[in-house]
Design a protein around this ligand. Structure first.
Ligand SMILES: [Zn+2]
Length: 139
């Protein structure tokens, strides 16, 4: 059993959830949950499709490049860390309904989660439009 995590801003434990805990989900749901939280499903899908297309055209296919679409650490490096309202990422062991179904949950801290989500949505849209400019249709 890992000790309870504490909020980096107000030092409350995760059992007394405070307003700084933007997200607490299982690792495999992290990226999808972030995208849903900021209502960026459509630009996100386009972004992922475009970046796959770009790799295909560029011919330098690299499996690691895809990781940000599902791996929380890669997503964090690629999208979250540069945001003004990003606080930190942490992990907490949580047991499921049955003990053996427990797993690591990802905790996302922010001084103001609402602003973090707005910022993330802007960031995804900005990246998408940048990608749309670079991936020009080849004639
Ligand atoms: Zn807090």
């Amino acid at each position: 059993m890992m000790p309870q995590r504490t909020c980096p801003f107000c030092k409350k434990t995760t059992t007394n959830s405070c307003e700084h805990l933007a997200l607490a989900v299982e690792g495999r749901d992290f990226v999808r949950s972030c995208v849903e939280k900021c209502h960026a499903e459509r630009p996100w899908q386009s972004y992922c499709a475009r970046s796959r297309e770009q790799q295909r055209l560029g011919g330098d296919w690299c499996p690691e490049y895809e990781d940000f679409t599902w791996l929380e650490t890669a997503f964090c490096d690629a999208f979250l860390k540069q945001l003004t309202w990003f606080g930190s990422l942490d992990y907490e062991w949580r047991s499921g309904p049955k003990d053996r179904e427990g797993g690591f949950w990802v905790l996302l801290w922010s001084k103001d989660p609402r602003r973090l989500w707005w910022e993330l949505r802007d960031e995804i849209e900005r990246r998408l439009s940048r990608l749309e400019r670079t991936v020009a249709p080849r004639l």
